[in-house]
Structure formats: structure tokens, C-alpha cells
Design a protein around this ligand. Structure first.
Ligand code: CO8
Length: 259
């Protein structure tokens, strides 16, 4: 299937989704959000894709929601636009498969929020991060007020959001906004290397772990520990658990089947 602003490449159980609207620095208009939503649904249903990498074409990851589209929105339309992006980003955050953001350039506003809903962020030295919304007279609307503070702490999130400052990749790494910073020409290699490493593990176990970690933010400790215990138990009903442990004992590499 062809989409105007998003492409998907698949190799060795890894999907590479590229946002492709470079003339507007990959700004998220309704069409980009719809294309992204459709491709994410395809990835969710595609048994061949175990890990997804999201990146941007050109010199931006995503430079935010499309300001020219938002310019004339009324209150209700703005809320609807915020819901559209928020629901999509929540879908990405909660999908079973691990999602890695390979941040090639500007990740601003909705672009930073897209990176935040991914599980892991790898950044090029060229990337720049920020939540510039208050400079436009709006507050973040695609989850930035919720996810940024969970990732980097309340104080740093408030500073970034209230000042609308743009920070470079080194600073983003220092405050824990990204997991890793690599040279521009190494970005996709590094993202693929990490995706391959994760893809080589038992995917049911990885997915259970993702689900348990995500739930830890929404529950108290006791409930979270119960969720973990239940998922841990459930692992022992899978062939992958038997294969993983048998392979260790037989001193060979496991051959996981996602069963
Ligand atoms: N929306 C629309 N077009 C954009 C955007 C954007 N967010 N960012 C860049 N573009 C366009 C420019 O208008 C320009 O188009 P054209 O060539 O037709 O004039 C093209 O991309 C290239 O941009 P620049 O010429 O500005 O490139 P520079 O290298 O000079 O600057 C910057 C790069 C610093 C990234 C600059 O483009 C910029 O500041 N962009 C806007 C960044 C921004 O403020 N993003 C936040 C937007 S708000 C948001 O994301 C809220 C999310 C929640 C929404 C909730 C719904 C209501």
C-alpha cells in the first residue's frame, strides 16, 4: 500500500517507517497523521515485523504539528486535532512491538512528543529537541506535558516547556531524553543494530516486559508487582521460554518462534 507522506520498509523482522514530507520538515498535518495511523495499524497486524524504527526524511525528524493547518482552528477543532495526534501516539506507546525512534534532525513540539511515545530514542549529533509551543501561544497537545516529565523529571520538563528552549543532542542525552547519541551517518546502523539485538530475544517476553513497564506508570507498586508476576507466570506457558532455557543449558543460540 502506498501512502503520500509515510513509507515502510521491512527487512529481517525489522520495519523502518520514514515520515516523508521534507519540504515542511515533516510537520504533522492531518494527512501525515492519517498516513502514520494507517501504517502503524499495518505494522501491528504484520507478523513479519517484530521491531519498528521510526525516522524522518531530510533534515528533520518532525518539526512539530503543522502550524499552517492549526492557524485557523477553533477551540473544538483544535481539541479534535489534539485527540487525533494523542490517540495515535498512545497507540504507538501501547502497541506490543518495540518502537525505536531514530532521530535524524529537528524533533520539536509534536515531533518531540512522537519521539517520547516511542520506547527507545537514538539521536544523531545533528538533532535538536524542544517543546516550542508556548512561544506560539499554545501548550503541548500530543502528550508532551505527560510524557516529558515522566522521562526527564518534573523540573527539567517544566523548564523545557515553559522556556520553549531548543536543546542539542548532547544536552538531550545528559537529561535522559535520549538513550544514545551517534554520528549522523551511523544513526540508522545503530538503530538497526539495537533493533536486531532486541529482535533476537524471545519476543513474547519482550512484549510482556514492555506491557509491564508501561503499566508501572499507571498503577501502584503492589498492582504493578502483581501484573509482573502474572506475566512472568504466563511466559512459562510459551514454547519460547522452553526454547530459551533449553538453549542456555545446551550452550547454543535459541531459535524463538513467538509461540
Ligand atoms: N508546521 C508547518 N510548517 C513548518 C513547520 C511546522 N511545524 N516547521 C517547519 N515548517 C516549514 C517552514 O514553514 C518552511 O516552509 P517554506 O519553505 O514553505 O517556507 C519549511 O518547513 C522549512 O522551514 P524553515 O525555512 O523555517 O527552516 P529553518 O532551517 O530556517 O528553521 C526550524 C527550522 C527552527 C525547525 C523552524 O522551521 C521552526 O521553528 N519550525 C517550527 C517549529 C515549531 O514551533 N514546532 C512546534 C509546532 S506546535 C506543535 O507541534 C504542537 C503539537 C500539539 C498540537 C496540538 C493540536 C492543537
Amino acid at each position: 500500500m502506498n501512502f503520500k507522506y509515510v513509507s515502510l520498509k521491512k527487512e529481517n523482522n525489522i520495519g523502518i517507517l520514514t515520515i516523508n514530507r521534507p519540504d515542511a520538515l515533516n510537520a504533522l498535518n492531518s494527512q501525515v497523521l492519517d498516513d502514520l495511523d494507517n501504517v502503524i495499524d499495518m505494522v501491528i497486524d504484520d507478523d513479519e515485523v517484530h521491531i519498528l524504527i521510526i525516522t524522518g526524511e531530510g533534515r528533520a525528524f518532525v518539526a512539530g504539528a503543522d502550524i499552517s493547518e492549526m492557524n485557523d482552528l477553533n477551540m473544538l477543532e483544535a481539541r479534535e486535532f489534539a485527540s487525533k495526534g494523542s490517540e495515535l501516539f498512545r497507540k504507538i506507546e501501547l502497541m506490543e512491538k518495540v518502537v525505536i525512534a531514530a532521530i535524524n534532525g529537528y524533533a520539536l513540539g509534536g515531533g518531540c512528543e512522537l519521539a517520547l511515545c516511542c520506547d527507545i530514542r537514538i539521536s544523531s549529533t545533528k538533532a535538536k529537541f524542544g517543546q516550542p509551543e508556548v512561544g506560539l501561544g499554545i501548550c503541548p497537545g500530543f502528550g508532551g506535558t505527560q510524557r516529558l516529565s515522566r522521562l526527564v523529571g518534573l523540573g527539567r520538563a517544566k523548564e523545557l516547556i515553559f522556556t520553549a528552549d531548543m536543546i542539542d543532542a548532547e544536552e538531550a542525552y545528559r537529561i535522559g531524553l535520549v538513550n544514545k547519541v551517534v554520528e549522523e551517518d551511523q544513526l540508522m546502523n545503530e538503530a538497526i543494530k539495537m533493533a536486531e539485538k532486541i529482535a533476537s530475544k524471545g519476543q513474547i517476553a519482550v512484549r510482556f516486559a514492555k506491557s509491564a513497564i508501561n503499566k508501572s506508570l499507571d498503577t501502584d507498586m503492589e498492582t504493578g508487582m502483581d501484573i509482573e508476576k502474572n506475566l512472568f507466570g504466563l511466559c512459562f506457558s510459551t514454547e519460547d521460554q522452553k526454547e530459551g532455557m533449553r538453549a542456555f543449558l545446551e550452550k547454543r543460540k535459541p531459535n524463538y518462534k513467538l509461540k
